[in-house]
Design a protein around this ligand. Structure first.
Ligand code: NAD
Length: 296
């Protein structure tokens, strides 16, 4: 199948490589030329802009940072809708605001381009292994039609409802992860101040109810002082801002989300926005005057 892939960042690169490995013809574009060159080296076909990607492919996948980037890539003068043809389908896999998803979906519908939203969870590792959790929104018919492509990229697929439901689900996911990292940091800071090393607490509790992927992935990253992204803190700030904004729009109280968003903004303002979201643990390190590193 001729597939277009727009946005060759931390996630888009391994995802498009998996599509190439599965035998698809993949037409790619990113505003960063080096990312395009890497994919061409793996067998992809470079296109000069998003319009050309749409003109060359049937299904066009977008994997971009946030709502404004997706809007620009879809509706801009050199955008996907400018290059559409009969058979163009938009598979929008970025994590963006549900309201923006609905707006973009409406513009696509008016242009005769069916759209499925399909944000993912599972990180760069999940993308490389083709084991992402994919949370879709759109019609059942389109979901079934695109399932063979989604199966290459992920191992858990769910159609959550109409357009907007996929990104709403993704925001729930992101809210839980952010609040959980902060909760782990707060609890472990108290433990360390009281004289029990993080590694000791971790080994003692990981067999019980408090264990989680955040404990296994983010606490251990902090213990190893490994904060290279992964999932950039600034992208998580974008998700939490979208979550809190959505909460405001629908009348859902989000006191914890608002608090954790401010912690993340503080870290970003102090130069840590490009680190992994595990760097949220550093907020408590600064507050408590300690580090979560392993005991020597
Ligand atoms: P990234 O910043 O690494 O990559 C985004 C890419 O989009 C960049 O290469 C950038 O140059 C490109 N881009 C921006 N505007 C463009 C445009 N108009 N046209 C073409 N290319 C453009 O981000 P990422 O980590 O790959 O994340 C992408 C999306 O997936 C985000 O919404 C993020 O929240 C979500 N996500 C990321 C992870 C993760 O672990 N990194 C996990 C799950 C979901």
């Amino acid at each position: 199948m001729k597939i277009g892939f727009i946005g060759l960042g931390a996630m888009g690169r391994p995802m498009s490589k998996n599509l190439l490995r599965a035998g698809h013809e993949v037409h790619v574009y990113d505003i960063v030329p080096a990312a395009v060159e890497e994919l061409v080296g793996c067998g992809a076909i470079a296109e000069p802009n998003n319009k050309a990607v749409a003109a060359a492919a049937g299904v066009v996948i977008t994997m971009l940072p946030n709502s404004p980037h997706v809007k620009a890539a879809v509706t801009g003068p050199d955008g996907i809708l400018a290059g559409k043809h009969e058979g163009t389908i938009l598979l929008e896999m970025s994590s963006i605001a549900p309201l923006a998803t609905k707006e973009i979906g409406k513009l696509c519908e008016e242009a005769g381009v069916p759209m499925l939203e399909a944000p993912v969870s599972g990180g760069v590792g999940g993308a490389a292994e083709g084991k992402l959790a994919i949370m879709c929104g759109g019609s059942e018919e389109l979901f079934q039609q695109l399932k063979p492509i989604l199966d290459v990229l992920g191992s858990s697929l769910c159609l959550c409802g109409g357009l907007g439901a996929g990104n709403t689900t993704k925001l729930v996911n992101q809210h839980i992860i952010a609040v959980e990292i902060a909760a782990v940091a707060e609890a472990f800071a108290m433990g360390k101040k009281a004289g029990v090393e993080p590694e000791v607490v971790y080994n003692a509790i990981r067999g019980g109810y408090a264990n989680s992927r955040v404990l296994d992935g983010k606490l251990t990253a902090a213990m190893d002082r490994e904060f290279k992204a992964g999932f950039r803190l600034d992208l998580h700030i974008k998700d939490m801002a979208n979550a809190v904004e959505t909460g405001c729009a629908v009348g859902a109280p989000m006191p914890l989300g608002s608090l954790v968003l401010d912690m993340m903004k503080y870290l970003s303002a102090n130069g840590l926005g490009s680190e992994d979201n595990a760097a949220l643990m550093k907020y408590y390190e600064k507050l408590a005057g300690l580090e979560f590193g392993r005991a020597q």
